[in-house]
Ligand binder design. Sequence first.
Ligand code: SAH
Ligand code: SF4
Length: 442
Amino acid sequence: MENEKKVVTLTYGCQMSERDAETIAEIASQAGYSRSEDLATADLVIINTCCVRESAENRILGKIGELKKLKEKNPNLKIAISGCMVQQPGALERLQKRAPHVDIWAGTHNLHNFPSLLSRAEQGKKVAEVWQEPKLTLESTPLAEQGKLQANVNIMYGCDNFCSYCIVPHVRGRERSRKPEEIIQEIENLVASGCREVTLLGQNVNSYGKEFSPAYDFADLLRAADQIPHLLRIRFITSHPKDLSDKLIETVAKGEKLCEHFHLPIQSGSNLILQRMNRKYTREYYLSRVQKIRELIPNASLTTDIIVGFPGETEEDFEQTLTIMKLIHYSQAFTFMFSKRSGTLAATMEDQIALDVKKRRLQRLMSVQNQESQDWRQRMVGKTYEVLVEGPSKTNPTRLTGRTRGNELVVFKGNSNLAGSLADVTIIEAGTWTLVGELEES
Ligand code: SAH
Ligand code: SF4
C-alpha cells in the first residue's frame, strides 16, 4: 500500500536488547506500521539502546543527531528512543535536553506500555516514561514476529550479580525467571509458525529458577524444551561460570537438540582482577569447569567475553589472561576495553588504566584470539558437521549459509529449498572469518 505508515527499528547491544526491539516493532506493526529498512521514507523510527560501554552510547547519540536532519525534512516523522540508555539513573533529563527532537522516551521496564506512548506521540505530544520497577506479569506476555527460522526467547530478566564494572543490574533490575510452562508455550507457538531454532536468553541462564519452589532449574527447562516436536535446535546465553553445574553439562551432553556450545565469559585470567570484578570464581575454578565440559562433550565449542584494562590490571595480570586463552582454545572471543560506567563500583576505583595501555592490550589480545579462532577453524577442515541451513548468503547469494551446532558459520553450494532443514556439510576450507563446506549427499 502506497500510504501505509512505515517503521524502521534500529537496535544496539546484546540479544536481550534485540529481543526488546522485536517486541516494540511488533507493537508498532499492530498499530498499523509496516516494517521497513529505509530511513528516508519512515514515519516512525525506534532506536532500542545499549549503555554497557561508552562507545555504544556515543554511536547511539550520533545516530539520534542524524535523525534530527531527517525530521527537518519530514516534520511528521516520529522518533522513539527506548531501552538501557534511557533507563540509567538520571539519564532521561540529560538526554531530553540534548535531543529535544525525540518524541518518545521509554525505559526497559515499560515496553508493554508502548502502544499508549505511541498513540500520544501520534497526537503530537512529547512523551517520556521510565518505570523504576519491572512488572513480570507484563514481561511474560511477549510479542514476536512469527514465521522466522530462528527466534530469541527470554527465560528470565535482570541480573543479581553486580559485577563491579557492569551497568546491566542497574538498568535491567533484579533477576526474575519466567514460568517454565509460559516459556514452553511460547516456543511451541514459534515452532507452529515455522521456527526451528530458539536461543534461550538470560544474563545468567545458569541461575534460572533459583526462586522456584518446588525446585526447577535451567537443566530441567532444557530437558523440557528438548522434547518439543519439530524444533531442531536449542541454544542458550549467557552462562555465568560460577553457576555452571555438572547437571547442566550432563544435560547438554545427553540432549538431542541442545547445541554443544557454551558462551562462558571469563572476563580476566587473573584471580586478583576477577576478585575486583566481583565475578565470584577463580581462574582454577573456571578451568575445572572447562575441563568438565571437555570431558563430557569433547566437541563442544566455547566462546567468551574478555575485558582488558580493568582498574589495577598490571602487565602480569594481563599476561594471565593471554595464557588462559591459549589453554582453553576458544572458538571465538568478544574482547572489550574497560569502560567506566557511572553508578558502578569499578568507575570509582583507583588505578584506572590509561587509554593507550588499554588499546595496546586489546590489540595483543585480539591477535592471540585471531590465531586461536583460525586454528579452531583449521581443525574443522575435513570433518563433517550438522548445519541448520539458513538460506542464500547475503554476501554471496550463489551460496547457502548455515551454522554448525557449535555456532560456526559455514558457506556452501546447494539448493535454496534446503533453507530451514538440517544438512551434513564437510568443511573443505577455513577462511579468515568463515568456513567453506561441501554438502554431503543424503
Ligand atoms: N550477562 C553477561 C553479559 C553482559 S554484558 C555475562 O555476565 O557475561 C556483555 C559483556 O560486556 C560482558 O560480558 C563484559 O565482557 C562486557 N562489559 C560489561 N560491562 C563493561 C564495561 N563497563 N566495560 C567494558 N566491557 C564491559
Ligand atoms: Fe553484568 Fe555480571 Fe550481570 Fe553479566 S553477570 S549482566 S556481566 S553484572
